[in-house]
Design a protein around this ligand. Structure first.
Ligand SMILES: Cc1ncc(COP(=O)(O)O)c(C=O)c1O
Length: 501
């Protein structure tokens, strides 16, 4: 009888396979527990060269000729990789739109990797296709899109790209009966314009560039004091563009801007989009999760009017990276992406009603990420997820109050979601000095591992940012962080007398 030489390395029912499987799985779970479970700082504080040196000490050769002993391997992975990772579960890890993942979703990742289904065709996925379709259908109900449809994506970048891609196809067909996929760009397409606020994510410009429209096609609209798109300026710019013989075709709203979490005035924008015949896309990569909250879902009212929507699950749906969805109000618009490949989804299969999702995506091989959200929803229930969102928004309000009352803090806006932009300030330090202190606060918190917070610029000045996605972060955690932050600032003032004017 012929022998299976590699049984031990793949999942099967032999003893050696199962032994190996549990050995790796248990060691992975234990390593994660050791370095990520409790009480550790939010970052090791090691510099890039220190991290590289530690990695190289443990892994002298990146492609060893022979494999290593598993126990040693996991010990070294723990010491040099997990030890130097950003600890997203830590309550003081509050920098970016990067969440602690839910335990059920982590377990789903194990299933996803083990099953290794690909969502492009039925014969690579079976039940996975049906699960994704059902989760998408639930999402269409959640966002009130009765004729909607959607597809899982790698995140906001891909979903925003898809929104603008379909907008381009849609307008080209309507204006010129032209299909850019087949014929390339229409000679008049240099007149096409996309409108968004100046706080919109950079993927608007990036998508415009990828779509052959050029960054020049993006018209930025200024924002109000809370960083929401100004409707007055939008109207003026639209009129101006038509007068200059330009062709505005897409209105891009943001429900939760990356820095401030501001939500553009969706109902008024939807109305204008309708009036001017524009494709209305809502980037709710960040703010989409408020729809889970009974208390706060009104904040994104108007999203149901969007032609297309971006939602990220790896932000406030607490899913491991990567996971997002692209939703369409009218499922017919997926026709612009439709394709049939003989080896994947021949037309005969479609005629027989065999589902395939490749014709809705810009990816071919695609992960079964829907299982993560499915398992999370089934184990927590929507209400618990919604109350996590509530907790973080309530915390942000409390923190904002603390900051407003602090004489050494200047808060830049009233938080809409759970991002807060602020800076340390001092009457006797000029703007340049304040910039320097705030940058150093960020660096020092990271170096000591006391907290991971973000920095950004507002009108050219240095600011700090807390993104309070973690529902386990408490007001006490933030009070400690703020004390630490001011302590760093006052130490700097003491050490560098030149900062005081
Ligand atoms: C508002 C917004 N849109 C889009 C994106 C891009 O999403 P992703 O990083 O998931 O591709 C981000 C990223 O943070 C974002 O904040």
């Amino acid at each position: 009888m012929s022998e299976r030489l590699y049984e031990k390395w793949f999942l099967g029912d032999s003893n050696q396979s199962l032994e190996q499987y549990y050995d790796f799985m248990n060691q992975a779970a234990e390593t994660l527990e050791t370095y990520f479970a409790t009480g550790k700082s939010s970052f090791s504080g090691n510099t890039p060269s220190q991290v590289r040196a530690q990695l190289m000490t443990n892994f002298i050769d990146m492609g060893p000729e022979k494999g290593q002993n598993t126990e040693t391997l996991f010990k070294h992975i723990g010491e040099s990789i997990l030890q130097n990772a950003v600890h997203v579960h830590h309550p003081a890890c509050v920098a970016h739109l990067q969440c602690p993942p839910l335990i059920p979703a982590m377990a789903a990742e194990v299933l996803i990797a083990g099953m290794n289904q690909s969502l492009d065709s039925w014969d690579q996925s079976g039940a996975a296709t049906i699960v994704e379709q059902e989760v998408v259908s639930w999402l269409c109900d959640l966002y009130q899109l009765p004729n909607g449809d959607g597809v899982f994506t790698t995140g906001g970048t891909q979903s925003n790209y898809m929104g603008l891609l379909l907008a381009r196809e849609h307008i080209s067909e309507r204006l010129w009966n032209w299909n850019p996929r087949q014929k390339g760009m229409h000679p008049e397409s240099h007149r096409l314009r996309i409108l968004c606020s100046e706080e919109a994510h950079f993927t608007v410009q990036q998508s415009a560039a990828f779509l052959g429209l050029g960054e020049q096609s993006v018209v930025s609209i200024s924002t109000d004091e809370n960083y929401r798109l100004s409707i007055t300026e939008l109207e003026q710019k639209l009129d101006g563009l038509f007068q200059k013989d330009m062709l505005p075709f897409a209105l891009f709203a943001t429900a939760g801007t990356t820095d401030f979490g501001s939500i553009d005035p969706l109902p008024q924008m939807a109305e204008l989009a309708h009036e001017y015949g524009l494709w209305f896309h809502v980037d709710a990569a960040y703010g989409g999760a408020v729809q889970l909250s009974e208390m706060y879902k009104g904040k994104i009212d108007g999203i149901q009017e969007a032609d297309s929507i971006t939602i990220d699950f790896h932000k406030q749906f607490y899913q491991p990276i990567s996971s997002g969805v692209f939703l369409l109000k009218d499922q017919k618009n997926f026709q612009h992406l439709k394709l049939n490949a003989d080896y994947l989804n021949p037309e005969e299969d479609e005629a027989e009603g065999i589902p395939n999702l490749v014709g809705k995506s810009v990816q071919t091989t695609r992960r079964f990420d829907a299982l993560k959200l499915f398992l999370s929803l089934q184990s927590l229930g929507v209400n618990r997820l919604g109350s996590m969102v509530d907790t973080t928004i309530d915390l942000a309000r409390q923190v904002a109050q603390l900051l407003v009352e602090d004489p050494y803090i200047q808060i830049e806006h009233e938080p809409e979601l759970n991002a807060i932009v602020f800076r340390f300030s001092h009457a006797q330090v000029d703007d340049k000095g304040i910039d320097e202190i705030n940058m150093k606060i960020h660096d020092e918190l990271l170096r000591t591992g006391k907290a991971v917070i973000a920095r950004t610029k507002v009108n050219g000045k240095a600011y700090l940012k807390l993104t309070l996605l973690n529902p386990n972060t408490t007001i006490d955690d933030i009070e400690t962080l703020l004390q630490e932050l001011k302590c760093i600032a006052f130490n700097l003032l003491e050490q560098q007398e030149g900062l005081l004017v």
